[in-house]
Write a protein that binds this ligand. Structure first.
Ligand code: DGT
Ligand code: CA
Ligand code: CA
Ligand code: ZN
Length: 576
């Protein structure tokens, strides 16, 4: 972990433990810590450097960092730890990461379980649940005990795989340092991360250089390295801080393309390509493409060349899963995938009127800075009491505020909108005559996850048939590594979406990525309309859009499949 990441983690832990401790104002305080953690986590500069240059002032300039928290950051930079966190940890000696990884167990429950049963980690939780003792904790029913047991199973199954958005800053940071290293022709993050898979097992770096040992020295001595597991002349394998493994492979420049192809995978894609090579009397490996027998090199310096030697069009990394892409490439039918950076707007954005952390104007300005032309402001509605959801009058009042803001903003537009709750029966918690005053409306499920599949599907279908609903947000409700979505017939939902001109969302928050790749592909095949939204609750969250685009590309989506590649005017014409 970089210093920024360590600091963000410490702040997040204070936030979580403050909630567990549950003193007065705990929720308010812990939110402030989460917000500060977000700011630090997404900072591109090194916080220590900034602090060295400008002192406390540099910290106070960041969004979400006030006097109290800047003091803690200063303490962390000066001493390497935060006193308050150490105290909290002594008082509540739980494994924060593990206890926070099971969906449905919030800070209050963690505390109740700790007080009553002394449980501090996942293994402890599993054993008390299996023994039937968890339900003796106040607030935990026998049914909830069973649910928790299922969720522990889920958490264990995913153990070891990281959510891509969590590994991303670390991975891209290492990639860019490798690229700047002296004597390096090229360097790239390969493997599943380059394919934009929702989770990654380990990180794979490829470097083209004539000086393998210099790269080895650099790689094994990076500040993030916790343990060097192996080191050869051109290969190394390390464990990074935070427990994620990383591989590096060094090749000569002439092998860059074939090695990048090999190291990007997927394995199934590679195996298929090798078969094609053999049919063509060629030999393909990480060093290049060679004529079988004579060993004459025919390709290797770049990926395009390698694919061409096999009679194939270049295939974007996100498609390389041996799911029909090789057959498409042979026929010159690789779709023109939606490009990173081609979104013009973002249709799910939250403000501090509910559970967001910034004002509408701050979110709008951040979106503009990010390069967008418009956002839809989609605060939660009243039945989501936890998030302080808005009622009809408050939504209309907010729409008025937005109109005023639009007069002030130059070359940027905020659409009045809402993330309306779909109730158990498929009706909404805001009446249609209010919704029809808004520019665009998203609807989502936030409750009753346990309905049987048919009922859940009927609920979503009813919402999609509502003439006031333009978009269904995060349609399956999953949280990666935390909970499976609610059971739903996605194909039926897609068909209803097509029939009713309802848009389905690809929520780009890296915890969600919902719709996921395979459902995106199904939606694209059926010609449903899609949008990619960040679900931003903080000005820095617009950066999540790249993960949504990655997921869309994994689902073979073109720009024309994604409505928010249009300008605001065209978008509003295309919806219901
Ligand atoms: P991960 O790390 O589990 O998220 O998935 P990958 O795809 O990053 O897999 P990893 O790290 O084991 O290996 C990186 C790439 O190296 C993989 O995508 C393809 C290639 N590779 C690894 N093992 C084999 C193999 O046995 N045969 C072939 N043809 N390629 C392999
Ligand atoms: Ca990997
Ligand atoms: Ca690997
Ligand atoms: Zn929210």
């Amino acid at each position: 972990m970089t210093k920024n990441q360590q600091l963000a983690k410490a702040l997040r832990e204070i936030g979580f433990l403050t909630e567990v401790e549950g003193a007065a104002n705990a929720q308010f305080k812990s939110r402030a810590y989460y917000r500060a953690a977000d700011s630090i986590y997404s900072l591109s500069a090194d916080v220590v450097e900034l602090y060295k240059k400008d002192g406390l002032n540099a910290l106070l300039k960041m969004p979400g960092i006030g006097k109290a928290i800047s003091g803690k950051i200063e303490e962390f930079i000066e001493t390497g730890c935060i006193h308050q966190l150490e105290d909290l940890k002594k008082q509540i000696p739980i494994d924060i990461h593990q206890m926070n990884s099971v969906e449905g167990i919030g800070p209050k429950t963690v505390k109740a379980i700790y007080n009553k049963l002394g449980v501090t980690d996942l293994a402890g939780l599993e054993s008390v649940a299996k023994e039937g003792r968890l339900k003796t904790v106040p607030g935990i029913s026998a049914k909830k005990e069973q649910e928790i047991l299922k969720r522990i199973e889920f958490a264990k199954k995913r153990e070891g795989r990281r959510i891509i958005g969590e590994a991303w800053p670390l991975a891209k940071g290492i990639e860019s340092r490798l690229q700047k290293l002296e004597g390096v022709f090229a360097a790239a993050l390969a493997g599943s991360a380059r394919r934009m898979k929702e989770t990654v097992g380990d990180l794979d770096f490829l470097v083209a250089s004539d000086d393998g040992s210099a790269v080895m020295d650099f790689f094994t001595r990076m500040p993030e390295v916790e343990e060097v597991k192996s080191r050869g002349p051109a290969k190394a394998f390390v464990r990074l801080e935070g427990g994620i493994d990383a591989d590096v492979l060094v090749v000569p420049e002439e092998s860059w393309g074939s090695a990048l192809l090999y190291f990007t995978g997927s394995k199934d894609h590679n195996v298929e390509l090798r078969k094609i090579a053999i049919e063509k009397k060629l030999r393909l490996n990480e060093w290049g493409v060679f004529e079988a027998g004579t060993e004459k090199r025919v390709a290797g310096t770049n990926e395009e060349q390698v694919y061409r030697a096999l009679g194939l069009q270049w295939i974007p990394p996100e498609m390389r899963e041996n799911a029909g892409e090789i057959q498409a490439a042979a026929k010159n039918q690789i779709p023109d995938l939606i490009g990173y950076g081609s979104l013009r707007g973002d249709l799910q954005v939250h403000s501090n009127s509910t559970d967001g952390t910034a004002t509408i104007e701050e979110m709008a300005r951040a979106a503009k800075e990010f390069g967008l032309d418009y956002i839809a402001l989609t605060d939660h509605t009243k039945s989501l009491a936890m998030a302080g959801g808005l009622d009809g009058d408050e939504l209309l009042e907010q729409a008025g505020e937005i109109a005023e803001l639009n007069d002030r903003l130059d070359g940027f537009r905020v659409l009045a909108s809402a993330e309306v709750n779909i109730m158990k029966d498929g009706l909404l918690d805001i009446p249609n005559n209010v919704l029809d005053e808004l520019d665009i409306v998203g609807a989502a499920i936030h409750s009753n996850f346990n309905l049987p599949k048919e009922e859940q599907t009927a609920r979503l279908v009813r919402a999609a048939r509502n003439p006031s609903v333009d978009i269904i947000f995060h349609p399956t409700g999953r949280l990666i590594n935390r909970r499976e979505g609610y059971p739903v017939d996605v194909e039926k939902l897609i068909e209803t979406a097509c029939e009713t001109n309802t848009v389905l969302e690809i929520d780009a928050h890296y915890n969600r990525l919902d719709l996921k790749d395979e459902y995106v592909r199904l939606a694209v095949q059926k010609e449903a309309k899609l949008v990619i939204d960040s679900d931003a609750h903080h000005p820095v969250h617009f950066a999540f859009l790249q993960f949504g685009i990655g997921q869309a590309r994994r689902g073979w989506a073109k720009s024309s499949d994604i409505l928010n590649t249009l300008c605001a005017g065209e978008l509003l014409k295309a919806i219901k």
